[in-house]
Design a protein around this ligand. Sequence first.
Ligand code: PRT
Ligand code: ZN
Length: 211
Amino acid sequence: MKLKIAIQKSGRLHDDSIKLLKECGIDINNGVNKLKTEATNFPLEVFFLRDDDIPQYIEDGVADIGIVGENVVLEKQKQVNIVQKLGFGKCRLSMAVEKSVDYTSVKDLQNKRIATSYPVIVEDFLKRNGITAEIHEISGSVEIAPGIGLADAICDLVSSGSTLFMNGLKEVETVLKSEAVLAACHQLTAEQQVLLDKLLFRIQAVRKAKN
Ligand code: PRT
Ligand code: ZN
């Protein structure tokens, strides 16, 4: 029996995910264009997937565990357990408006048009704050929406802030702080749980050594 882990095929979390496994003493044949591979010294099968698909695969039990941004886990609303924060892929999901806009509080978003790739999280944020606004879901290049007249505000991931800056936007609210997490299926067998615990033990040792 092997534990099946889903990691991002390519993108911001790919390299750090592989690195974490390596630091846990797990060697994998990292074929670049492969869909899956196996560890040579741990009962682990590795699936390379788009990050957006990872929560669904875990909920369905196609993968037992996965490494994905907390932001994606929350947005997709799938039944998965977050078992460990991993300390990389750190970012925040923030509201931003054009630099020239006079913004004082979340009330300034009332009846505005907000462009985002995270409609579920934004909806929840607005609700918690008693704000009604129009959410425009777009899948990429969210930061250009205000400039082309598509929206009054955006809600997007930010790390250094340079993308916002370069697009004449300013960050006005932090909606969510996020980092990569290890997520697991609700229904693991006892055998799978033993393997997960073994892996978790190593991950925690790696994380402790870094602090
Ligand atoms: O192909 P696939 O669907 O798997 O990848 P993707 O393109 O959807 O995701 P990817 O690789 O961009 O991001 C994967 C995960 O990395 C995200 O879900 C976050 O959890 C995390 N992460 C950390 C980030 C960032 N930092 C980040 N800065 N994801 C995206 N960004 C983008 C942001 O959307 C904006 O366009 O970077 C830009 C802002 O960066 P700064 O540094 O200019 O502020
Ligand atoms: Zn994605």
